[in-house]
Ligand binder design. Structure first.
Ligand code: AHR
Length: 324
């Protein structure tokens, strides 16, 4: 299907062609640039998108994995533009640096859908809609959970005049890292919670472990709480805490974000205290939006995913129902 402006012309053409070629011509070609496979969340997100595309006979998905590099994403977008896809969708690894390529897409009249992460560009006509979580709100939820539950979990034997938090940030410059920090800091401001160390673990389990080891080396038993911007980093940090000889979830309270199955398993074992949901299951929403665009409908500029907070007490019951 050659761009939605030529929808009518292509419909006429399809009528005059054999059934098989009509089916091929009628497909909406979507180029999707994924960040990589840095976390269980990302793998579930890819699966949601690719499996939903297979369920829709009218969609022809061209999928590209950028291995966490912005330059690869830009290359993929340029390749989609030169192939003349009908829609481009992507999850931007970082917020900035997208203007030139988005302008090229606009000049080629290819609508761009942002999934999961936002871009920081002056001209918001460079993209049609942004679907995904409210990352600032996720940070607030993690902070609020901590303020409401720290006393119950760890007050014994320790004055809570100051609650020392170490923070494992996501990928530097990415929307979730920036926003989750902002939301958390907003709600803990003026409270006993103090962030004593904060560093990126790049959203990966290996980096989460490595950075937590460094935090433990410099702060040791001074650490009351770990706030991790995703579950994978929290799971890596849990290993580091155990190797250091402390009990994750007891000696160090842990709150993280995503709500992947691994986090529920850790909560059932008492090693993680709370996970804030960030749903990767964006495939159905994405292709609904693509089909709406093809039908000439206007999309809301922002489509926010509904999400929950899961404290450890709910883990055993919820675990069997988790889809990712
Ligand atoms: O953009 C969503 C974030 O990216 C998820 O929280 C994280 O796990 C992923 O890698």
């Amino acid at each position: 299907m050659k761009r939605f402006t030529s929808l009518f012309a292509s419909a006429l053409l399809v009528c005059s062609m054999a059934v098989t070629s009509a089916q091929a011509a009628d497909k909406i070609v979507v180029g999707f640039s994924q960040i990589g496979a840095e976390s269980a969340w990302r793998v579930a997100n890819t699966d949601s998108i690719t499996s939903e595309a297979k369920n829709r006979p009218n969609i022809d998905l061209k999928f590209s994995d950028a291995q966490q590099k912005q330059e690869n994403q830009i290359k993929a977008l340029r390749s989609f533009i030169s192939q003349g896809v009908d829609v481009i969708a992507f999850s931007p690894v970082v917020e900035t640096g997208w203007e030139p390529v988005l302008k090229e897409a606009k000049r080629a009249h290819i609508p761009v859908i942002l999934t999961d992460r936002a871009v920081d560009v002056q001209d918001d006509t460079l993209w049609v809609t942004f679907m995904g979580s409210d990352f600032v709100e996720e940070g607030r939820r993690a902070g609020n959970w901590l303020l409401e539950n720290y006393g119950r979990l760890k007050a014994e034997g320790k004055s809570s005049d100051v609650i020392n938090v170490v923070e494992l940030q996501g990928t530097v410059g990415s929307a979730p890292a920036i926003d989750r920090k902002t939301g958390f800091e907003e709600v803990v401001k003026g409270s006993p919670v103090k962030i004593i160390k904060s560093q990126s673990g790049d959203f990966t389990r290996a980096k989460g472990k490595e950075v937590m080891e460094a935090f433990l080396k410099s702060e040791g038993k001074n650490i009351d709480v770990l706030y991790a911007h995703n579950d994978d980093m929290a799971l890596g940090a849990i290993q580091a805490i155990e190797e250091y000889g402390l009990k994750p979830g007891k000696d160090i309270i842990i709150v993280s974000i995503d709500a992947v199955r691994g986090a529920f398993e850790a909560m059932v074992e008492g090693k993680l205290n709370c996970t804030v949901e960030c749903s990767p299951l964006l495939g159905p929403q994405l292709f609904d939006a693509v089909e709406a665009l093809a039908a000439g409908k206007e999309l809301p500029k922002r489509i926010v995913t509904n999400e929950d907070v899961f404290p450890a007490e709910t883990a055993a019951e919820i675990l069997p129902t988790r889809k990712y």
